[in-house]
Design a binder for this molecule. Structure first.
Ligand code: COA
Length: 403
């Protein structure tokens, strides 16, 4: 808890903050956010993830910090995700959101998160060290008059909590091909099973689970959003679309793509494609800690590269800090933090601005393309090795929000 000079108190939320939090969320995010906010707050001690700013007994600002898990290759990284950020209009521009974001980042760092991810208010979070890194998937719009051939023998039903392991394994299978992946946290699954707005559907053939998707209503009954489609079969995508169209097949269904490409195979040529035009933002508070956390992944890349038999050192300067990686026989044997360094290329190293580290490690460009894009990202003579360690990445991210 902290009291600001203007008397506003910043603290973790308590159970009796619920009504004011819902009121503020509805006022700033819209009433459609209410069921989600209520479920998130009341489920499994969910209120502990909310942070609030109070002026006397009036709630002035709120935000939530979820616990997430982001996979890079086979390495799992704990991550934080902020959500439900809102300040009452008569308290705006007094630094309340900034103060709550600082608290959330402190909590995230203390519990060991290596990075933070979020989707949100345009531009706003860039002020707090976030960077647009992971493109959000596009979608296909399936109109009511589009003919969809559904194979025989597939049934689709509501998934229940008892199906959780099945849903997770279907999602894991689809995400297996993506180098960067984030599944739903336990809290998000909990919320989805209890949500009034989201339905999880499960496709089966002869009692065997063969696909799933998340269905949400759009503004009216004539539209449905079908996302998180997880199946290896094009016919199952069609069955899930037919299911979302409803009995009269009169609805337009917007289907979000996945990195594995099954939705694309099912709908290209059949439905109009649109880009999301949006990206997930990432924040890396400590580049050296991130490199240490993904060290075994980097070793695997080295071991399957032309550098596999070499021994040496790789200096990477983040300008305001630096790190020296030692490697030997296909393994990164050490990562030593170092001081600020202005001219790493002259010293035989590479320079990576700290705000480009998220892009370097998780983004779709890879080291070589970033070197071409940014004048202060310089791989120097270590271009070859840096390209092996930091190739372009594919990503598949599931979030609380519909992607
Ligand atoms: C965006 C919002 C959270 C900002 O809250 P706030 O308490 O006024 O923010 P702060 O005063 O802490 O602002 C921090 C900085 O961001 C700037 N800022 C404020 N609103 C901004 C916006 N919408 N976009 C960009 N910058 C903004 C401020 O100028 C300030 O910069 P400074 O420190 O250099 O002066 C608030 O306007 C809001 O609740 N908006 C609606 C929320 C919403 O749309 N939620 C959707 C669901 S996530």
């Amino acid at each position: 808890m902290r009291t600001r000079l203007d008397g506003i108190v910043l603290r973790g939320a308590r159970e009796d903050d619920l009504e004011q939090i819902l009121e503020l969320t509805a006022a700033r995010g819209g009433p459609e956010d209410l069921p989600e906010a209520r479920a998130a707050f009341t489920h499994a001690e969910g209120h502990r993830q909310f942070y609030v700013a109070y002026d006397g007994d009036r709630l002035a600002s709120v935000l939530t910090l979820w616990q997430e898990n982001i996979r890079l290759g086979s390495t799992r990284l704990p991550a934080g995700q902020m959500d439900f950020v809102a300040t009452a209009t008569d308290y705006e521009h007094r630094g309340l959101a900034r103060d709550l974001v600082t608290i959330a980042h402190g909590v995230s760092a203390e519990r060991g998160d290596i990075l933070q991810i979020l989707v949100g208010i345009p531009y706003f979070y860039r002020q707090f060290g976030y960077r647009y890194v992971l493109p959000m998937p596009g979608h296909y719009t399936v109109r009511p008059d589009t003919r969809i051939d559904v194979p025989e023998g597939i049934t689709v039903r509501d998934a229940t909590k008892a199906d959780l392991d099945t849903l997770e394994s279907l999602q894991d299978r689809v995400q297996a091909g993506a180098i960067v992946a984030m599944g739903h946290s336990d809290a998000t699954w909990e919320w989805m099973f209890s949500s009034e707005t989201v339905t999880l559907r499960l496709a089966e053939r002869e009692g065997k689970a063969i696909g799933t998707a998340r269905v949400a209503p759009e503004e009216d009954d004539e539209h449905r959003a079908l996302s998180e489609v997880a199946t290896s079969e094009v016919g199952v995508v069609h069955a899930l679309i037919e299911d979302a169209r409803g009995a009269s097949a009169a609805r337009t269904v917007q289907v979000t793509e996945r990195a594995d490409g099954t939705v694309r195979s099912a709908l290209s040529g059949l439905a109009e494609h649109g880009d999301s035009g949006d990206e997930f933002l990432l924040r890396i508070p400590d580049p050296v800690a991130l490199l240490e956390a993904v060290r075994s992944e980097l070793s695997q890349r080295l071991a399957t590269s032309p550098f596999a038999k070499e021994t040496g050192e790789l200096l990477i300067s983040f300008y305001s800090s630096s790190a020296t990686l030692t490697y030997d026989n296909g393994s990164i044997t050490g990562i030593a933090p170092g001081p600020a360094m202005q001219g790493p290329v002259h010293g035989g190293g590479s320079g990576v601005p700290p705000d480009l580290v998220a892009d370097l490690v998780f983004g779709p460009h890879g080291a070589e393309a970033l070197d071409d894009l940014y004048p202060d990202l310089n791989l120097g003579r270590r271009r070859g090795l840096m390209s092996v360690l930091f190739p372009p990445q594919s990503a598949d991210i599931l979030t609380y929000y519909l992607g």
